[in-house]
Design a binder for this molecule. Structure first.
Ligand SMILES: N[C@@H](CCC(=O)N[C@@H](CS)C(=O)NCC(=O)O)C(=O)O
Length: 341
């Protein structure tokens, strides 16, 4: 009887240890020991990740990486950016070349389940579209029978385009490229009739054309393309951190906390949700093994979700995208931050 009890206890202890091992993960410790985050980003697209005239990376994905560096180190410069093409991004993450991807990457089931990675949480909602010459006479994709379509290798857009043409019994010829600038160049040189990619990427590509008004983005959307950060599978601690960091930026917007008022809110807030988010009470930071001010610091240095969106791709920028589905749920959009308690 006694040995049976001991065996059960030993089994439970082993199971518990196994569970703890699964929860703890090497990434946070490695990032802390390195003193720097390594973030996989796009090779160059306005609005998400593009070097400015001084060579400094700008864009939403870039700012999300910088904000994560602030949550970790209270320093937006403690991040190294690793540009990755669509076809190499997931293997680069899997092999440990980067700690996280913030790289215009759609959260799909098969990527989430089969790549040894995890899509964390959506931070930008988009859909696949097509861009054509304004004088092409094409107003909908069904008019592109026999067209040559520029696509980027290793993207969801490859499959979405093939699905659309096949399901409509239309022929098309794909021309595949590794980088966006190559596809945009081929489009301008009439090597293809259309460029097929996410609408935000089309808007950014169009804005960077010598004569944007020569190009039309067809109004139809052919897929759901929710962008999520990706991390390696099996590292729950790091997954949690990335997930709740993204959530915190949306939660800050919902609570009206901005880079301009975060200090005052921290000092004066009586709302327990605000006090928890800003680390006046320390439980959220403790749960993530971070400083209690992790979210307050990120908001102060990089802004809440709205501030990041507006300065990188909002209507006042060359990309010029309205918030649309990327508004908070309280304003008719899809952003629904989870409760932070
Ligand atoms: N959301 C798509 C990818 C969207 C995207 O990033 N597409 C283009 C931009 S049009 C690209 O990959 N460009 C490659 C590059 O320039 O590195 C996916 O997850 O597969």
């Amino acid at each position: 009887m006694k040995s049976g009890f001991l065996a059960v206890t030993a089994l439970l202890a082993a199971l518990f240890a196994g569970q703890r091992a699964a929860e703890a993960g090497p990434t946070l410790d490695a990032v802390k020991a390195r003193g720097q985050l390594v973030c996989g980003i796009h090779t160059g697209i306005a609005g998400f990740a593009l070097p400015d005239a001084r060579g400094t990376w700008q864009g939403m994905d870039v700012d999300l990486c910088r904000g994560l560096a602030v949550a970790l180190f209270n320093d937006p410069n403690k991040v190294r950016f690793q540009p990755l093409s669509s076809s190499t991004r997931f293997t680069a993450l899997g092999s440990g070349e980067v700690d996280v991807l913030f790289r215009t990457s759609t959260h799909t089931m098969l990527r989430d389940v089969t790549l040894g990675l995890r899509a964390v949480t959506p931070y930008f909602y988009d859909g696949h579209g097509f861009m054509v010459r304004a004088n092409s006479g094409i107003s909908k994709a069904a008019e592109m029978a026999g067209a040559t379509i520029c696509l980027i290798q290793g993207t969801t857009n490859e499959q979405v385009t093939a699905d659309f043409f096949r399901s409509n019994n239309l022929q098309f010829t794909p021309v595949l490229f590794e980088r966006t600038d190559q596809a945009a160049g081929a489009l301008q040189n009439n090597r293809c009739d259309s460029f097929g990619t996410d609408a935000s990427q089309l808007a950014a590509t169009r804005a960077s054309m010598p004569s944007p008004s020569d190009w039309t983005i067809l109004s139809e959307r052919f897929s759901k393309e929710p962008y999520g950060p990706y991390v390696r599978r099996g590292d729950d601690e790091w997954f949690d951190l990335v997930r709740w960091y993204v959530n915190a930026l949306m939660e800050a917007e919902e609570q009206g906390i901005t880079s301009a008022n975060v200090d005052e809110m921290k000092e004066k807030a009586t709302n327990p949700n605000t006090r928890r988010l800003l680390g006046v009470t320390p439980e959220l930071g403790q749960a993530l093994k971070l400083d209690p001010a992790w979210a307050a610091n990120a908001i102060k240095k990089m802004g809440n979700y709205a501030e990041i969106y507006d300065r990188t791709m909002g209507p006042a920028t060359p990309v010029g995208l309205a918030r649309g589905p990327n508004e908070l749920w309280t304003k008719g959009g899809l952003l629904y931050p989870l409760p932070m308690r």
